[in-house]
Design a protein around this ligand. Sequence first.
Ligand code: OGA
Ligand code: NI
Length: 357
Amino acid sequence: MEETNKNVLGDCFTSAMALTESGVPHVPTRYILPPSQRPVLSPSIGTGSINLPVIDLSFLHDPLLRPSVIHEIEMACKEFGFFQVTNHGISSSVMRDALDAATRFFDLPSHEKMLLVSDDVHTPVRYGTSINHATDSVHYWRDFIKHYSHPLSKWINLWPSNPSCYKQKVRKYSEATHVLHKQLIEAISESLGLEKSYLQEEIEEGSQVMAVNCYPACPQPGIALGMPPHSDFSSLTILLQSSQGLQIKDKNNNWICVPYIEGALIVQLGDQVEVMSNGIYRSVVHRVTVNKDVNRLSFASLHSLPMNKKISPAPQLVNEDKPAAYGDFSFNDFLEYISRNDLTKQRFIDTVKKNKF
Ligand code: OGA
Ligand code: NI
């Protein structure tokens, strides 16, 4: 029996967690993907022989060794729009605490979580399932809570008060990722030949959305997904995961499994960096697979310019040979787009491109 709850809009709402807890032997029909979209889960096929980049950030602060780290970042951004980082300055206890707060939140009884349910993408703190349970044609095996995290003092009072440790633990992690993001954007600007401070002001006043995702153990991981293929609207997304599950698409359109590396964080380029770099770097297309055995958790910290600030190709990267390949867009434009369109049908970034094929 599915446990359903009516939300404020009167829609039926069943979380993936409730399905897992009820011990369903099969996923309900709405989760079944068309065969062409199903994941290949065999690790030998998924990972091939490709080594995804892992970059040690400890030398970023050493003036002599910084250029070699910047070079590694440039290579990773050009090849994948993706890399993992180690020695990133966020302690393992801060990461562990954040994951613990998330575990406790998703373990709450449904009626507690339903206090925060909303399918309006403009709601500053919202609990939900799938991408948008009210409109998704195929559902995804994922529950989430999303909230703004920067500036903290503006938003933290709206965060979940249950579990009681949530605010304190997630606060520490949010603040730490904000600092790391700033360092990464400086490095990425430098790797493009721009001033280190190119986006500094915008980032300082920028927005940060924390998407806390829960992918419960799924009885049929071969025919469902936790998240469909997409790229993030952000400048960068910093991702903390509790176990393996993320896949990225490489230049040859192959899906590559991202390995779980203890203590590492994942960095994904988002649409804002693609536009800013005038297409020298591309946002990474990624999706999430699910598994039979464990609940997987992740914190996707989506950093971006302020809500209404438009990003456009950096003037230094536009010239006669390489005219601006993108129009400009703001985070708000993206929210408007997703409240009206299905992201699995057309990527947002394709609507920003000047030459639409
Ligand atoms: C996201 C996302 C990946 C993951 O929240 O945008 O891509 O592994 N998450 O949860
Ligand atoms: Ni994403």
